[in-house]
Design a protein around this ligand. Structure first.
Ligand code: HEM
Length: 114
């Protein structure tokens, strides 16, 4: 297996794992049991390595730039969604926003439309 394939599989696995854990934390919070917090560090390390190994570093395609921008939006919305000190309407709106953004990230990753 080439390093590209290894990194791509690591990136995809950690991406799906991160989304599952985020959804799980939303569920735990919803039932009144706010739990652990984690940073998707492996996802980011694999993603950045993949950009170089796949040769996207010199001329980044639009879908990749959009993914990176949306990732920041997803992280910020995710932090607000899990903040127990905030009111329910704010947290629910933030959770919806985070899930919409991560869905768009997945769509962009799979279709690479531009
Ligand atoms: C929550 C955030 C992210 C998710 C859910 C995600 C998801 C994915 C998925 C599912 C693929 C595989 C697509 C396919 O079927 O070919 C992929 C590929 C890729 N992602 Fe991400 N990604 C995320 C963040 C990032 C970030 C921040 C970067 C860059 C710093 C990045 C760079 C890449 C690259 C370079 C590929 C390989 C494209 C290819 O050559 O086929 N991803 N991503």
């Amino acid at each position: 297996m080439t390093s590209y394939m290894i990194l791509k599989h690591l990136h995809m696995t950690t991406a799906y794992l991160t989304i599952t854990l985020f959804a799980l934390r939303l569920l735990l919070d919803a039932v009144g049991r706010p739990g652990w917090r984690q940073t998707p560090l492996i996802l980011l390390v694999a993603a950045i390595s993949l950009v170089f190994v796949a040769g996207y570093a010199s001329a980044m395609p639009g879908w990749l730039i959009a993914k990176i921008v949306l990732l920041f939006g997803y992280i910020i919305a995710g932090v607000f969604a899990l903040k127990t000190t905030l009111g329910k309407p704010v947290r629910i709106s933030a959770a919806v926003l985070a899930l919409v953004q991560v869905s768009v990230i997945l769509h962009l990753a799979m279709t690479k439309p531009f």
